[in-house]
Design a protein around this ligand. Structure first.
Ligand code: SF4
Ligand code: SF4
Length: 276
């Protein structure tokens, strides 16, 4: 049976493609963006998240734990914690399980032009599962979107192309050295794949996270614009302002985070004007 490690399934999303959507978040990522707002998505394996500020010290978690001192990530403590201070992030899902969740909102998809979005992490790292669930969704008449950072063999794109109505494709930085510095890998493969995806006739929304001090410059946006004019026409370009909502998650998984400021609306307008 094909399974995937998934850490969240979010219904009623308005931010991951058109209409009302269900977004399925796959665990595991091959990038390490310095500003990642889902740091719990980076590691493929399930992990414990502990929100110290929510813990009242009631001790319930210790009472119900079947394996004190040697956590097996069974998740029992999270079920009994009265303040949601503990949670195991990520577990194996079957295709049928995910499809059942996705099918719950078909009425909303039909009325709003929505559907399902597979995101992460990098959902294309678990390609066999992704392919199967995309096929099932198409069999059931559901609009499908794949949210990817594109640092993956193009063979994977070829597999899912016939079953993917829309790609949400990230461009984070245009300069490859800076890309390597802040994202962990160079960006040549990502840009090459985007070109090939356009050539294959895919429908694409390009998404650019705007992070002050990293890429909030007109010249950066102009370079991306020139590249896009050269290789294809995205249906949409979305500029996504950095937000700090992921910071408590870094603490919950005991990972160090870098601090960035939130871009002003003036900066966002200025950068958007490059694409208008
Ligand atoms: S996840 Fe399970 S084994 Fe780990 S601390 Fe919680 S109850 Fe104990
Ligand atoms: S059950 Fe929750 S609130 Fe109580 S001690 Fe454990 S983590 Fe803290």
């Amino acid at each position: 049976m094909t399974t995937a490690i998934i850490f969240d399934i979010e219904r009623n999303s308005f931010v991951d493609g058109p209409g009302i959507r269900t977004t399925v978040f796959f665990k595991g990522c091959n990038l390490k963006c310095a500003w990642c707002h889902n740091p719990e998505s980076q590691d493929l394996k399930p992990q414990m998240m502990f929100y110290r500020d929510k813990c009242t010290g009631c001790g319930k978690c210790k009472q119900v734990c079947p394996s004190p001192g040697k956590c097996t990530l069974c998740g029992r403590c999270g079920l009994f914690c009265p303040t949601d201070a503990r949670k195991v992030c990520g577990r194996d899902y079957t295709v049928e399980e995910v499809l059942t969740e996705v099918m719950k909102d078909t009425g909303f998809y039909d009325n709003s032009g929505g559907g399902v979005t597979f995101s992460g992490g990098e959902c294309m790292l678990q390609i066999d599962f992704l392919l199967e669930i995309l096929k099932k969704c198409k069999e059931n008449g559901i609009h499908t979107a794949v949210d990817t950072a594109g640092h993956i063999s193009f063979k994977n794109f070829e597999k899912i192309l016939p079953y993917t109505d829309l790609f949400l494709y990230d461009i984070k930085l245009f300069d490859s050295l800076n890309h390597k510095k802040y994202v962990g890998v160079a960006n040549e493969l990502i840009l090459e794949n985007l070109k090939k995806l356009f050539a294959a006739g895919a429908k694409i929304w390009v998404r650019i996270p705007i992070v002050p001090g990293i890429n909030d410059r007109i010249e950066e946006m102009q370079q991306i614009r020139e590249f896009l004019l050269d290789c294809g026409k995205p249906e949409k370009v979305e500029l996504l302002p950095y937000h700090a909502m992921g910071e408590n998650k870094y603490r919950a998984i005991q990972k160090e985070s870098l601090s960035f400021t939130v871009p002003t609306s003036e900066t966002m307008d200025m950068l958007k004007s490059v694409f208008n």
